[in-house]
Design a protein around this ligand. Structure first.
Ligand code: PEP
Ligand code: MN
Length: 334
C-alpha cells in the first residue's frame, strides 16, 4: 500500500503517523522524503488495513493499494486454474466447456424431467432449476421450495445430470446437502453470513455477480467462502445494472478475461439473466465462449409463454439445441 502525504507536514507528525501504522497493522513502513511531499510504503499483510480510514486522515493526500485485498481467490498465489470436479464426466475449469441448462423455476415433475432429458440430448452436462426463487414482487411465484428440490433430484435420477439450484438462507443449508452445486444468486452476493456458512461446507458454489457489484467486490465475496475453507467456488457473470434499458441487464463481457487473469476460479456466464430476451441468448453465449468462459448457464423452458418465471428469456428445447451446437462448434474451433 502506498500513502502519499500532503506537502509540508511536520516531521514529528509523520513519525507519529508512521509509528501508529506499524503498531496498529503490524506492517513495515518504508519512507521516501521528496522535495514536495513524503511517500510511505506499507510492507506486509495489508489486508486488514482500513484504506478509507487512512484516506480520511488530515495529513494524507492519497492512498493506493498495490496488492489486491483477496488472497485465496487471487491467481498470484495460485497460478494454476482451479478445476472443480462434479462427477466422472463433469470437471469445470479444465479447459472444456460445460452448459448448465434448465428452467428458471421447477414447476412439476413432468416439466423438469422433460426439460432435463431434452437439454441433455443437446449436450448440456448439468441441470439448473430454481426451487427457492428470489422475486422482485412478493406476490410473484416464490418457487416449489422443498418439493422443487425433490423434483430436481428425480430429474437427476432419470438423466444422471448433476443439479444446480439457488439457496436463499443459512437455515436451508442442510436441505441442500444432496444438491451438486449450490447457487448464490445475484441478490445474495453480499449476504456475508450466508457466504461464511457456505465456506464451512464441502460443496461447489456458483457465486453470481451482484447487480451492481464491482469485480473486486465479487472476488471479495468469493474470498468469504474460501476463507472458511471451501475453495470450490465458480464465479458467474450474469449482467450488471447500467443505464441501458433495452436489456434486463448489461452483460459485462470484459469481466470474463479480467476475472480469469485476476483469479484462478472458473467463470460461468449467464446470457439469459444478462439479456432478459431469448433472442439475445445465442449471440451473448457465443461472445462469452469466445471471451474465455468455462461454462454457460442458460434458461430453457418447454413452454416459455406460460413459464411461471422468466419466460421472456427462456429458450425452447429446440432453440437451445441450436445454441448448444453453435457454442460447442465455436469452442472446438478456438
Ligand atoms: C436465477 O438463476 O434464476 C436467478 C434468479 O439468477 P440471478 O441471481 O442472476 O438473478
Ligand atoms: Mn430466472
Amino acid at each position: 500500500m502506498i500513502i502519499v502525504l500532503k506537502p509540508q507536514i511536520a516531521p514529528e507528525e509523520i513519525t507519529k503517523f508512521t509509528d501508529h501504522l506499524k503498531a496498529d497493522y503490524e506492517v513495515k513502513v518504508n519512507r521516501w522524503d521528496g522535495i514536495h511531499s513524503t511517500v510511505l510504503g506499507l510492507i506486509g499483510d495489508t489486508t486488514k488495513v482500513d484504506i478509507e480510514y487512512i484516506d480520511a486522515q488530515e495529513i494524507v493526500e492519497s492512498v493506493k493499494r498495490v496488492q489486491e485485498p483477496y488472497k485465496k481467490a487471487n491467481r498470484k498465489f495460485h497460478p494454476e486454474n482451479t478445476v472443480i470436479r462434479i462427477n466422472d464426466s463433469v470437471s469445470i475449469g479444465d479447459g472444456s466447456l460445460h452448459i448448465m441448462a434448465g428452467p428458471c423455476s421447477v414447476e412439476s415433475e413432468e416439466q423438469i424431467t422433460g426439460i432435463a432429458k431434452s437439454v441433455q440430448a443437446s449436450g448440456a452436462t448439468l441441470l439448473r432449476g430454481g426451487a427457492f426463487k428470489p422475486r422482485t414482487s412478493p406476490y410473484a411465484f416464490q418457487g416449489l421450495k422443498a418439493e422443487g428440490l425433490d423434483l430436481l433430484k428425480t430429474a437427476r435420477k432419470e438423466t444422471g445430470l448433476p443439479i444446480v439450484t439457488e439457496i436463499m438462507r443459512v437455515s436451508h443449508i442442510d436441505m441442500f446437502e444432496n444438491v451438486d452445486i449450490i447457487q448464490v444468486g445475484a441478490r445474495n452476493m453480499q449476504n456475508f453470513e450466508l457466504l461464511k456458512e457456505l465456506g464451512k461446507i464441502d460443496k461447489p458454489i456458483l457465486l453470481k455477480r451482484g447487480l451492481s457489484a464491482t469485480i473486486e467486490e465479487w472476488l471479495m465475496s468469493a474470498e468469504y467462502i474460501m476463507a472458511g475453507g471451501n475453495e470450490k467456488v465458480m464465479l458467474c457473470e450474469r449482467g450488471i445494472r447500467t443505464y441501458e434499458t433495452y436489456t434486463r441487464n448489461t452483460l459485462d463481457i470484459s469481466a470474463i478475461p479480467i476475472v480469469k487473469s485476476l483469479s484462478h476460479l472458473p467463470v460461468i456466464v449467464d446470457p439469459s439473466h444478462a439479456s432478459g430476451k431469448s433472442r439475445l441468448v445465442e449471440p451473448l453465449a457465443m461472445a462469452a465462449v469466445a471471451a474465455g468462459a468455462d461454462g454457460l448457464i442458460i434458461e430453457v423452458h418447454n413452454d416459455p409463454p406460460h413459464a411461471w418465471s422468466d419466460g421472456a428469456q427462456s429458450l425452447t428445447p429446440k432453440q437451445f439445441d441450436k445454441v448448444a451446437k453453435r457454442v460447442f462448434a465455436l469452442k472446438n474451433s478456438l
